[in-house]
Design a binder for this molecule. Structure first.
Ligand SMILES: [Zn+2]
Length: 293
């Protein structure tokens, strides 16, 4: 169960920018069934290693949260090193990208990534597909995580479960705030029919970056800090892209917004708005004190 929290001194409003740093094939669930580590690494084909330099350059002086897939840290240790050295926050996305709806799957992933999680003092978690079970929070607490960003809710929503903070990916809610928030709370027809547009998802940015920039601006004007995520393949283009993913697009045209180039969106975002990692915002909020909402 979530408890609502309200910062006594709300931190200055800013965009809480995150990159779910995953192999290009994580886009399509079709690859979830590949169990061989070698096969997944060769399918990635060095993309996860090459993309990091491009993305760090695009970010410039802006600091973001990178929720890293653990097997990328194992394949290419320099990816985690470069992200941390450039002053960004390293968070945990999963060890192997697939649904972690079952707590036992999450526990197995947490164990497999312990090495780099400990080395970099990782405190933040983003569930694959932004889909988390309520039972995951005590597990995250046991593994020393401070926060998660794994549900959808309007900007300004701050929650706690089993002592773990939850900073939801942002939605725009028709007619105001969302009552009775429970995990899981993911991008679904149900969420949309409830009058909620998950503009923090790069899917919506792929439909209209102008609309997302406007919603971000409105949230900031209201004093809130919207949570936004992007993927590496939306910023650095894999070789033969989108040809490489053509078959998946034909099978599932809803993937198309994730294939759109978002480097122009990122440039506008970091040029127009203050940006920070999620962990830094949370530190500020906790320092100022929080009360039950
Ligand atoms: Zn992901």
């Amino acid at each position: 169960m979530f408890q609502k929290k309200v910062p006594l001194t709300p931190p200055p409003a800013r965009v809480l920018l995150s990159i779910d740093y995953e192999p290009w094939f994580a886009l399509s669930r079709r690859y979830d069934s590949i169990h061989s580590d070698l096969e997944r690494r060769s399918l990635d084909g060095g993309f996860a290693r090459q993309a990091v330099d491009v993305i760090l350059e695009q970010l410039g002086m802006a600091a973001a949260s990178f929720y890293l897939v653990g097997e990328i840290a194992a394949w290419y240790p320099e990816v985690a090193e470069k992200i941390a050295a450039a002053g960004h926050e390293l968070g945990f996305h999963c060890h192997v990208h697939r649904s972690l709806a079952l707590p036992e799957d999450l526990e197995q992933d947490l164990q497999r990534s312990q090495d780099w999680i400990k080395r970099y003092g990782v405190r933040g978690y983003r569930a694959p597909m932004v889909r988390i079970a309520g039972a995951a929070y005590p597990l995250l607490a046991r593994f020393g995580f401070r926060y998660s960003s794994s549900i959808y809710a309007p900007p300004g929503t701050l929650l706690q479960n089993a002592g773990v903070w939850e900073l939801p990916v942002s939605t725009w809610k028709w007619g105001g705030s969302s009552a009775n928030i429970q995990a899981p709370r993911y991008f679904s027809v149900r969420l949309l029919l409830g009058g909620e547009l998950p503009f923090g998802s790069s899917f919506i940015t792929g439909l209209s970056r102008k609309a997302v920039l406007r919603l971000i601006e409105n949230a900031l004007k209201a004093g809130h800090s919207p949570v936004i995520f992007l993927h590496p393949y939306e910023l650095a283009r894999p070789e033969d892209w989108p040809g490489r993913i053509r078959g998946d697009l034909l099978r599932n045209p809803l993937l198309l917004p994730f294939v759109a180039d978002k480097s122009g969106f990122l440039k506008q975002l970091v040029g127009r708005f203050p940006v920070s990692p999620l962990g830094a915002w949370l530190d500020d909020a906790i320092r100022g004190g929080c009360q039950d909402g």
